[in-house]
Design a protein around this ligand. Sequence first.
Ligand code: AMP
Ligand code: ZN
Length: 301
Amino acid sequence: MRCRKCSSRALIRLPRHNSAFCAVCFDDYVLEQVRRAIKGDRMFGRDEGIAVAVSGGKDSLVLWEILTRLGYRTMGLHIDLGIGSYSEASRRKVETFAQPRNLSFVVHSLRDEHGAGVSEIANGMRRPACSACGVIKRYNMNAIAAEHGLPVLATGHNLDDEAARLLGNVLHWQDDYLEKQSPALPNAHPKLVRKVKPLYRLAEREIAAWAVLQKIDYIVDECPNSQGSKLLLYKDALNRLEAAAPGTKHHFYLQFLDRQKAREALVPLVADLRECTSCGQPSTGEVCSYCKLIATLKVAK
Ligand code: AMP
Ligand code: ZN
């Protein structure tokens, strides 16, 4: 197997592009996909500071490494969800990544703030842990990025994540979610930062391979709360389709984005948002989902 670009010995095969690359050309390919996403979707400019949401997993650490290499000004942002040894190990991966590289980061600990981790908070509200976790992460990431004057929040969502989410949204015909599923979401309120996903053109296995080549040490375990999640089921289904017909995932998601752009569906939802009467953050209701979650915790105490 030869590299498609330079004909030296290839290291990785990319069936969806009907090609293979050596280590050097694969590195070029990965960086180019991220540059293309940032530019093509007008994610951010050179002069903007970027909050990078880092979980300690491969995607977000790879994202941080690439944005740093491309010369962007970043700040890492880690939410310690208080899920026992899993969260402790995740936090350590973020710290051991950032320190030798001299990258600045903040850690927000749920236990320090509320005396409870995400599982206890979710129990209090009788919600599945993953849905409470989503509310908590979105709320804190936005608030912390804004607090530090950073206009953009970048997450490590990749092509597999976005295709699986699209499949879920289509299977349940969730029109609201379909409208808002974008790799570059404008801010719908002055207190909201822009949300971007610069890795959306890269498949999970490509990111994993790049992480190994770069010797990035990341947490391999999945979150213990995610077992049996629907998203994992959709990922598995898409992986089976991909194995039989390479390019399916890529085609499914990128064609969706092309159609969405053509419809110009991304009108900022300014009119739909007001400010939470409890914390002042943007909300669709009188009290935001985060304050509702935290209120149940106080009642339970
Ligand atoms: P997940 O929903 O766990 O697949 O994570 C998707 C993206 O959200 C990751 O690539 C990170 O950018 C971000 N993220 C997830 N968990 C955390 C966390 N605990 N702290 C900061 N960012 C996170
Ligand atoms: Zn609130």
